[in-house]
Write a protein that binds this ligand. Sequence first.
Ligand code: ADP
Ligand code: MG
Length: 608
Amino acid sequence: MEDIVKLLPDIIANQIAAGEVVQRPSSVVKELMENAVDAGANRVQLIVKDAGKTWIQVIDNGCGMTDTDARMSFERHATSKIRKPEDLYHIRTMGFRGEALASIAAVSQVEMRTRMELNKVGTQLIIEAGIFISQDPTAANPGTSITVKNLFYNVPARRNFLKSNAAETRHIIDEFQRVALAHPNISFTFHHNGAELFHLKEGNLRQRVVAMFGHPYNERLVPIEEKTTVLTIYGFIGKPETAKKMRGEQFLFVNNRFIKSHYLHHAIVTAYDEMIPSDAHPLYTIFLDIDPARIDVNVHPTKQEIKFDDEKIIYTFVHTAVKHSLGKYSVSPTLDFDQETAFSNMNQALQAAPKTISSETLAPSSYTDARLPDKSSASPTYWKSLYEEAKQNKTTVYTIPSKWEQEDRVLFNQEEQHQDGQIAFQIHNQYILSQIKSGYIIADQQAAHERVLFDQYLKYLSGQKISTQQQLFPVQITLNQSDALLLADVMDELKQLGFDIHPFGGTTYVIHGAPSEVLTGQEQEALEKILDAYKQSQELKHNRREAVARAFAKLNCIKHGKSLSEKECRFLLDELFACENPYYTPDGSPTFITYSIRDLEKQFSGKS
Ligand code: ADP
Ligand code: MG
């Protein structure tokens, strides 16, 4: 009988591997950019068309390749990065498997031009769907340029699976940012459909972060830096008040490689404690250097996940380091325990520990209990009051006194229509209590106002004109790249809401006018908040108009903690009950709860 077990032909093996390595255009961007960095380039250019669906090109000025190496690099398991058995640990820590180029070439049309500095001519290689087409000598600059055209053109199922251009572009930006943040000493540019999205000069990490996210970030960053013999942490974290609802500005690198770790994210975020709302994410760009010989680091080659043998120690280290920075830069009140001691204790523990530290000997739960204050001793009330204060400051900015004062006259007239006893008053600067026929209601002032504003903004967006306050001096703002993309998305809606915005090249815009709710000087912050809320709403697949109305209502509504006069309370309730659906916020939280007088009577008479 004929043997039926056969080796898979390389072409098919590569296509299978491609399924793992190349998920979407951004995976190609990641692999090509990492190769450019590995090649020792100090200038890397990324050029993308149609969200990478038709064109992804990375040009570097790195070491280049010989003719043979150029051809070899597309072979499966071809890598120049592992030569000695000791290098094998790079597979675990860096993920070098020599599979990327072969996988990419299996599902696209690739053109590579490369030249080593010492050679006079370079070589040009063309490969389509994993099949070698041609190789010819060519004039080329020193370094390498790889172009990946029509990704998945030979795998229609994969191609159809790709998301919208906006979504794929966002993935590419993510990957670009990860590589660029990890290498501030290399200059990077990124062009999409002919427009320059990023132009990052070489510099230090702070300069890179600011160049990446925009100038205002210079003010938002707090440095972080701690060192033990085994672990080093450095980078920047965001001040608590700049935390955003949407994730997207969280970058964690282990041994200079971007990784995703819910566990360590938790370590960072919980260090902010009560300084940020529970649903907000602080910005961070944190680098963790770990001696791989001391602590076992295991990186999944493509999935950007990591496993540590001693997760708990690393957790405590990261958590404490973030707390320390927040305290040191008096972003948070200094803790009533000595963090210096905590670190030196940890250092000693690490020194004394056997080569591989077992999590049991230093389980952070016990470690934490011993060294870190428990919450009550860290005076949470003080922290809370600080946070409340911060919150209050913000609400004074974003509430809408001007409009409410204008309505005062109307209010006085309405007052006469109010029957006796229908007074409304505020409790705890948060709720409004008012009598109704069958009992009483308690409304949540923030939720109620959000509903009122949402309805109002929807009307504006469907054509009713809102008044724009023309700026005496136009304001120039610069957004980060992903915010700029979002802004382009909702430009029309923002105009209808009263923003008079014009593009000014790159990600810079000039604001000539803003809705009266937005105070002068707060334009950029307001816009960023709208875009942040819009991004969330968009993920929930609301239509654009509704998403913008929601975002703007969230931004401008009266917040908890804002004290309201009795008149204002009544006015708010009137407006709420004039809404078509007064019962819920646009997100579906209740705006008020009804209590019946009967229940009260029952409770007082002791009957149930
Ligand atoms: P790996 O990066 O895991 O080695 P790749 O498939 O990404 O595998 O690349 C294969 C080999 O091709 C690399 O090891 C390197 O020698 C060579 N190579 C790829 N891209 C470049 C580049 N931009 N400049 C120089 N050499 C490169
Ligand atoms: Mg590679």
